[in-house]
Ligand binder design. Sequence first.
Ligand code: KIV
Ligand code: ZN
Length: 388
Amino acid sequence: MAEKLIIFDTTLRDGEQSPGASMTRDEKIRIAKQLERMRVDVIEAGFAAASQGDFESIKAISSVIKDSIICSLSRANDRDIARAAEALESAKRKRIHTFIATSPLHMEKKLRMSPEQVLEQAKLAVRYARKFTDDVEFSPEDGSRSEMDFLCRVIEAVISEGATTINFADTVGYGVPELYGNMLRTLRERIPNSDKAIWSVHCHNDLGMAVANSLAGVTIGGARQIECTINGLGERAGNTALEEIVMAVRTRKDYFNFELGIDATQIVPASKLVSQITGFNVQPNKAVVGANAFAHASGIHQDGILKARDTYEIMRAEDVGWTANKIVLGKLSGRNAFKQRLEELGIALESETEVNAAFARFKELADRKSEIFDEDIMALVSDEQQSH
Ligand code: KIV
Ligand code: ZN
């Protein structure tokens, strides 16, 4: 039996940290409902202590969502943790996610704390969070730039205090897949109580490697939870994209061999909803959810697709919530694709000679126009018929 991979969505928290992506309470509820429909395991609904609005959103989401665990972020201090607990009060299943930076740079320059102080604060935070729930996640912020000996001490201590998930954060997207995965594996090997917690990956996309790093964290490092966002939304260059993780694990089950609880047909609706609410357009060539992700423009590809879809498709558009794949007619299209579109439009030309003539006119037009729409085809065929 394949092991389960937990999908932790942080669109409503880390995704919202994208400049210009802030969402109202009602918008967050709509997205949370869509995430629940998609059967996401954990929804990080916000950062309760960050603002009254975030607090209210988490509170509302906690009372309407029943199937996913609801989580609030909190810094490693009592005030933040108590606020998170209050916002999560009505959640059927709740998680408090507390974090503190562990890299020398962050401790010295940002926190102005010694490593010993950070260690103590991390322990106290997890101990306090455990008073409200037995589901507590701890993140060493800037973990991938932290020193291994210190990380081992902090993580061992927070697991002893009752942290049930350890989230190894690549806060600034500095990781490289093999190195990031190996770091995680070394931590798990060196920390004596490491098997008392589920290990998680949280990657940013500054070097375009968030998805690859997350997957290496799973395969090399042994993580069993991936933190991600819809459309890869998030601070700076964004976070690990949920849709890419889900479809990589599913499409390459031969390699990853994990179970996911996700209903992938809800991916495109979720992508469109997040894009519409935030106003962030999805680039056309974005994997899985981009408008061109299942569009075929070249004649050779179109011909292949019409004969057998898996010649040029490794997954089905319908499996992720598109209504169908798309054959885009243009100057690279071949006669077969053109003929197929005529049939779909219910246009029956009398003879192969007529098809050839219509195809020649289509090619002429395609040289002048980058995409040929159904209306163009209908017009050129009716011209063709009138000329006879
Ligand atoms: O990127 C990061 O380090 C975070 C933590 C709060 C987990 O978002
Ligand atoms: Zn983050």
